[in-house]
Design a protein around this ligand. Sequence first.
Ligand SMILES: Cc1cc2nc3c(=O)[nH]c(=O)nc-3n(C[C@H](O)[C@H](O)[C@H](O)COP(=O)(O)O)c2cc1C
Length: 357
Amino acid sequence: MKTRMTELFGIKYPIMLSGMNWLTTPKLVAAVSNAGGLGVLAGSQYGKDRIRDAIKQIRDLTDQPFGVNMTLGVGAREAVPIVIEEKVPVFNYALGRPPEIQKIIEAVHAYGGKIIGTVAMVRHALRSEQLGADLLIVTGYEAASHSGNVGALVLLPTIASALKIPVIGAGGYVDGKSLAAALALGAEGIAMGSRLAATQEAEVADSIKETWVKMTEEDTVIDPAFDGINCRVLRNKKADELMEKHLPVIDVMWAGLALKKELNLSYGEMIRTALNMKSMEAGVGGGKRKWADVMRFAIGGSLFSKATIGGDPVEGLLMAGQGAGRIKDIPTVKELLDRTMAEAEQVINEMKQKLEG
Ligand SMILES: Cc1cc2nc3c(=O)[nH]c(=O)nc-3n(C[C@H](O)[C@H](O)[C@H](O)COP(=O)(O)O)c2cc1C
């Protein structure tokens, strides 16, 4: 299958691994690239000290194209220049303000790299195209983690027909049926998140992979209470608690210090980061961000890692999409990508047959 996505990145399949903090380790990224897709590492979690080594590890494991995703908020100012210095083939930004995005696009294009922007609103898509992105990920309401208020059935064709650059869908894509649907809606491919995290190569506790396999499509909830931006997680006691109660100041302080330590930021860098986040739009939905939202980001960070790294989907917060309800097994990455392509082809052929009567 050839699409504008496969042509742009020089890959075999129009399938990308969504950048996911704590989940997209170099091993998983390389497995996706080696299987014919585009592996993408979520770089934010590595911070300025470990990002170079993570990129080197990917290069040791694959000679195929790959990307690095940076959420332009916590620690990004320090780590982004290193990602650019490393001349990664594909740079994927999420969130961020236009001047910051523009600088990154210019620097990446200067060395011949490609830019993917992540959006969940039409106006952000138009802005990203204007800034010079090469391809956009359109994140629907179904997605794990952050999204806007509009589902893929409406959002994807609206953005695809408003732009000249290619777009791919994210949120709920788990198999060939959903890949074929995305292509029908005007996309040039898909980004898979939760589905690729429930594979044998994903370096996440079995308890987490099993949670995705057991979940139904009804088991998630989306709310800004977890990290200050509308975020979809597995509904559990912790999620209910955070949606009900006000921010406990002491928890915020501890979480902020833990994040500072994890990313090895000085107090000055920490304050700059907080001010930067306060000045950004309130996530993908737009609007003004409150200080309480910035503080919630620190709380969310520690609870997300408790689930994804700590393997505790009960006391931690597990980001998960509605599509997790359609995940039924834990294949290898290659098995998953090959069968997704075979099924998409079958679906498209069956539709053709219906048309021919
Ligand atoms: C644990 C987890 C961490 C994530 N971290 C990031 C991130 O660092 N940057 C980003 O742009 N998106 C992040 N996402 C969102 C994914 O990139 C993607 O949009 C989402 O997983 C798509 O929905 P799906 O899981 O239904 O495929 C994360 C998702 C999960 C499940």
